[in-house]
Design a protein around this ligand. Structure first.
Ligand SMILES: Nc1ncnc2c1ncn2[C@@H]1O[C@H](COP(=O)(O)OP(=O)(O)OP(=O)(O)O)[C@@H](O)[C@H]1O
Ligand SMILES: [Mg+2]
Length: 275
């Protein structure tokens, strides 16, 4: 289940003469990509262009063979689901189940298929027991997970997350990591704005760094995070394991604790500790 997205020389401005995105060209296929970069870099704006909520000022965005310019957001939403940065901008129903069923119903599923899909998505985010609650009686972190469920329930080939890990505790982080891995394993395209660089380093195969409305790097996390000039421009900190790799003089840039330990032992010619 995949659907190629092509961003072709896209410029965007909310106000004439004040460019927010400048000449962005990118493509996305199956797999998980993290978008990183300073506040105001244009990350959320770019995500809204991917699902047709915004249209380019110049250039084109293609979702499969649909040019977003010529289709309304509801049509594009069958292919690209976007989980908003702020759940309060996304949630508008007064019952969790109705909220999560809204997307599937909107793209044409029957009442019973929408209910089934919504309940399965609520199970995935571990909130099925709250199906009858009012979302506004729940915590911000739970509302964020309800928004994730709303998009999962639509079963789109492309899933876009805008800072999914915000306000999640350690369990929430692992849950979101698992959701991303599952979507990837199903052959879907996952694009996520990530502000937690450790999370970006551990869970994504591709990282795109943005600054001032431009893409300043696009590549494997070990390459993007090893480039100090890029991190300075995008105003993001290096992930902890990247800093540790550098501080201990490793040749290899490691992204995870096990990778760091393995490389450290090999490069320093040490044996693994006995257990
Ligand atoms: N609806 C809007 N109308 C006018 N300007 C906007 C609007 N939304 C965003 N902007 C401006 O566009 C620029 C890019 O904003 P955007 O929200 O895309 O950045 P971002 O990278 O997602 O930032 P953050 O990390 O803070 O979420 C900012 O200067 C912002 O003030
Ligand atoms: Mg944003």
């Amino acid at each position: 289940m995949s659907c190629r997205i092509v961003v072709d020389h896209v410029h965007f401005a909310y106000t004439l003469g004040q460019p927010v995105l400048r000449d962005i060209s990118l493509w996305f296929d199956a797999g998980a990509t993290a978008i990183i970069g300073e506040n105001g870099a244009g990350k959320t704006t770019l995500m809204k262009l991917l699902n047709g909520l915004l249209k380019p000022t110049q250039g084109d965005v293609w979702v499969g063979d649909l040019n977003t310019r010529h289709h309304d957001p509801a049509r594009i939403a069958r292919h690209v689901g976007l989980v908003f940065q702020n759940p309060n901008d996304q949630i508008f129903k007064s019952r969790v189940l109705d909220e999560v069923m809204f997307g599937p119903l909107n793209i044409g599923l029957s009442e019973s298929a929408a209910r089934e899909s919504a309940l399965a998505a609520l199970e995935t985010v571990e909130l099925a027991h709250l199906a009858d609650e009012n979302p506004y009686d729940l915590s911000y972190a739970q509302r964020k997970r309800i928004c994730i469920a709303s998009i999962l329930a639509m079963q789109t080939p492309v899933v876009v997350f805008d800072e999914p890990t915000i306000s999640q505790d350690d369990h929430g982080l692992r849950l979101i990591a698992r959701i991303i891995r599952t979507l990837e394993a199903e052959g879907r395209t996952v694009i996520s704005i990530v502000h937690d660089m450790n999370f970006a380093a551990e869970h994504f195969h591709r990282v795109i760094a943005m600054a001032e409305g431009e893409v300043v790097a696009d590549g494997r996390p070990e390459d993007v995070f090893a480039d100090e000039a890029v991190l300075r421009r995008a105003r993001v900190d290096a992930p902890a394991m990247v800093k540790l790799s550098r501080a201990t003089g490793l040749r290899r840039t490691c992204l995870t604790v096990p990778a760091f330990v393995a490389s450290y032992l090999t490069e320093k010619d040490l044996r693994p500790p006995r257990r």
